[in-house]
Design a protein around this ligand. Structure first.
Ligand SMILES: NC(=O)c1ccc[n+]([C@@H]2O[C@H](COP(=O)([O-])OP(=O)(O)OC[C@H]3O[C@@H](n4cnc5c(N)ncnc54)[C@H](O)[C@@H]3O)[C@@H](O)[C@H]2O)c1
Length: 273
């Protein structure tokens, strides 16, 4: 049987922030598509459990504990990946800081530094340190996970918005720089995504009312929505796509529809808001 261009058989993918959330779904989806996966995270227990679960389903997975802000730790994780899985073809920069609290402007410089260290500096270093392996691969891919906040204003701090917007342009710069070495660099921007754990937008009537109103496809995204798009961008089906940003948001960034605006108008007329 010939291998589908949408498959990832024979590829090795390293995913940061893979112990939970979107990163864990990305790891599972890339594995299901055929890739061997290296999971990088601070949370060893969760990361190791996920690697075991992927292996139990017939996949190949390792976990390497690393703080992405410490170059020596990510360098060691890259070396362990190549030593144990044989190569490195795909790098997915997914990690985000655990602190999700919205910080009013001006946030502290310390908070800004943490956000930029984790979401901008660490991906740049990881791309540099994986470069020899990605170039050797012949089909090297970098996939950066940014967010719709790169284009619109939402929950999250100024530092989060600025870092995500910078990741979009980092993607363009590095696609231009690394294309001649056979490496594609793309970016995925999730919108509102239901977490695997805890209350889902879909389960909570108030949250569902929001997604119904602001998202044309009338639901929050799932990790799988992001995972499917990631597999596509990492596969040979996307062999001629580089420097691009794919927004996966059910139409959220298209803006409020006139109908949604009228609903607000009617509520205001009735004194409800
Ligand atoms: N969840 C959403 O609705 C949403 C929306 C838009 C974009 N995104 C983006 O998707 C990506 C994943 O988001 P999520 O919500 O699934 O994340 P999450 O908060 O659920 O998981 C982040 C992971 O990163 C790990 N981590 C944090 N700091 C680390 C460090 N210094 N070193 C190593 N690992 C570290 C954590 O342990 C955790 O496992 C992020 O880039 C985020 O900005 C998410």
């Amino acid at each position: 049987m010939t291998e589908s261009v949408f498959g990832l058989h024979g590829r090795v993918a390293l995913i940061t922030g893979a112990a939970q959330g979107i990163g864990a779904v990305l790891a599972r989806r890339l594995s299901e598509a055929g890739a061997a996966v290296a999971l990088i995270d601070l949370q060893a227990e969760r990361g190791e459990a996920l690697a075991r679960a992927i292996t139990a389903k017939g996949g190949k997975a390792i976990f390497a504990k690393a703080d992405v802000t410490r170059a020596e730790e990510t360098d060691a994780a890259v070396a362990a990946t190549v030593a144990q899985l044989g190569s490195l073809d795909i790098l997915v920069n997914n990690v985000r800081p655990m602190d999700r609290n919205r910080k009013a402007f001006p946030e502290s410089l310390a908070a800004w530094d943490i956000e930029h260290d984790i979401m901008l500096r660490s991906p740049t270093h990881l791309i540099a340190s994986t470069l020899p392996h990605l170039a050797r691969s012949g089909h090297g891919v970098v996939l950066n996970i940014a967010s719709v906040v790169a284009f619109t204003i939402s929950h999250g701090s100024c530092g989060y918005h600025a870092a995500k917007a910078a990741v979009v342009h980092l993607t363009r710069y590095l696609a231009h720089e690394l294309g001649p070495r056979g490496i594609r660099v793309n970016c995925l921007c999730p919108g509102i995504v239901d977490r695997d754990e805890g209350t889902k937008f879909t389960d909570d009537p108030a949250s569902k009312a929001v997604t119904d109103r602001v998202i044309p496809l009338k639901r929050a995204g799932t990790g799988l929505d992001i995972g499917h798009a990631a597999v596509f961008l990492c596969s040979e089906a996307a062999a001629y796509i580089t420097g691009q940003t794919l927004v996966v948001d059910g139409g959220l960034t298209l803006g409020l529809s006139f109908d949604a605006g009228m609903a607000v108008y009617r509520a205001a007329q009735k004194g409800e808001i």
